[in-house]
Design a protein around this ligand. Structure first.
Ligand SMILES: Cc1cc2nc3c(=O)[nH]c(=O)nc-3n(C[C@H](O)[C@H](O)[C@H](O)COP(=O)(O)OP(=O)(O)OC[C@H]3O[C@@H](n4cnc5c(N)ncnc54)[C@H](O)[C@@H]3O)c2cc1C
Length: 401
């Protein structure tokens, strides 16, 4: 059986290794357009703070793949898929046949699409190479601008401040994570960021990057504000890597549509990780979740099903991250991807906590907890079990322990 896996992140690598360990006769090819074997994207924020070296970020070597019997093709882009011929088209050149195909291509960061936005010291933050370039610029930067209301924009801002770079954070909307937090939650995060020396600016975007001698030296905002800087960090969201599937017949929406078994609309073709828009059994609708644990779990489920099994993906995706000197935990579904969810929330600025719960009909389907993860286990259990919560009892759940 020939298994071809496109994308060597947490999802693709997990699937490749599991297939080879369960079926030593299987031919497994793992393809990536990056130059590296698996590395830990979650460790990149610590890497740009110089808290972990590169060799602790990298998790696999090409030699380990060879030893595991996995054919590894770095710096190779899959440019197209033929479901009739059962082949993928490689760039540069060549075709590869498959019996089972896994699409685990994740997303790519949206660029800063303004004049000057492609200067070499204007950085996205998704890959190890981008992180190396950021770290190199941070070593001599005195001032920086970060852009966006996303988790990545926050990670960049924290990274810049860690190096004592005077940092202005531009957020187009009224607050960070504007679809998830309400005004009070936004005020709390604003307060925490300012305590860490960040200059916060809302309601303005970058209109232009000023470039001198080939490098960005400042940005001008849509409100005419001029901000001199030595580097720019951009966190404007991800576009899923599905372009190469155009015309293939594999159904896509924001990502690759799958059922609960991570099977796509085409037999023998599967999708996993960030790029999979999967039928979420626990939450009862299609869902996407850009988290490391979700990618690992998807990789395992996809591998089982590519080998002929019938395992559904049944889990509540979670995400936990530092937030300057506190933490943020995200469980299940949020209005980021599902704007129709109802919510209740409570913020205590003095205690530096924010709790927000999300409901679909009478079910708790997600939560965001800042500052304290008290009650997380109970909330996870309730999301998993789908226990009905009458409207009159929603607020009481904010005190879950
Ligand atoms: C800076 C940063 C911090 C993060 N922090 C956290 C965190 O704290 N907690 C958490 O849970 N998650 C975090 N995440 C998210 C998490 O890292 C991702 O959800 C996870 O790594 C996704 O894995 P994946 O296997 O689905 O895809 P990816 O890791 O994106 O891998 C996909 C690979 O496929 C390649 N590819 C794409 N198209 C093609 C093609 N046509 N041909 C060949 N190769 C292709 C891509 O270049 C890439 O190498 C963070 C992400 C970043 C960038």
């Amino acid at each position: 059986m020939k298994h071809v896996i496109v994308g060597n992140g947490a999802a693709g690598t997990t699937a490749a290794e599991l297939i080879r360990s369960k079926d030593p006769a299987a031919a497994v090819t793992l393809i990536t357009d990056e130059p590296y074997a698996l590395y830990n994207r979650v460790a990149l924020p610590r890497y740009i703070k110089s808290l972990v070296p590169e060799d602790k970020v990298v998790m696999r070597s090409p030699a380990q793949f060879t030893a595991a019997g996995i054919r590894f093709l770095p710096e190779s882009r899959v440019a197209g898929v033929s479901v009739q011929e059962h082949t993928v088209l490689l760039d540069p050149g060549g075709e590869l046949p498959w019996d089972r195909l896994l699409i685990a291509t994740g997303g790519r960061p949206n660029p800063l699409a303004v004049p000057g936005g492609n200067a070499p010291n204007v950085h996205n933050f998704q890959t190890l190479n981008e992180s190396k370039a950021i770290l190199s610029d941070l070593s001599h930067a005195r001032s920086g601008v970060t852009v966006g209301g996303s988790f990545i924009a926050y990670e960049l801002t924290e990274g810049f401040r860690h190096h004592d770079v005077d940092t202005t954070w531009l957020i187009r909307g009224p607050r960070w994570l504007r679809r998830i937090l309400d005004a009070d939650g936004g005020r709390l995060v604003d307060h925490i960021a300012r305590e860490h020396g960040v200059h916060m600016v809302y309601g303005e975007e970058v209109a232009e990057v000023t470039v001198k001698d080939g490098l960005a030296v400042g940005v001008t905002t849509t409100a005419g504000r001029s901000l001199p800087c030595d580097l720019v960090g951009v966190g404007l969201g991800l576009t899923m890597n599905i372009d190469f599937l155009a015309g293939s017949g594999i159904a896509t929406h924001r990502g690759v549509l799958t059922d609960r078994f991570l099977r796509t609309s085409v037999p023998d073709v599967f999708a996993a990780g960030d790029v999979a828009e999967f039928d979420d059994v626990v939450l009862g609708r299609h869902n996407m979740m850009g988290t490391w644990d979700n990618a690992l779990a998807h990789g395992r489920v996809a591998a089982v099903n590519m080998m002929g099994g019938e395992a559904p993906y049944v889990d509540v995706p979670t995400y936990q991250s530092g937030l300057f000197d506190t933490i943020i935990s995200v469980l299940g579904m949020t209005p980021e991807n599902h704007p129709d969810l109802e919510s209740v929330g409570a913020v205590d600025v003095a205690a530096r906590t924010c709790r927000k719960l999300f409901f679909l009909g009478d079910r708790l389907v997600g939560a965001v907890l800042i500052g304290s993860i008290r009650g997380k286990r109970l909330l996870m259990d309730m999301i998993r079990s789908g226990t009905p919560v009458p409207i009159s009892e929603r607020r009481a759940l904010l005190d879950a322990r």
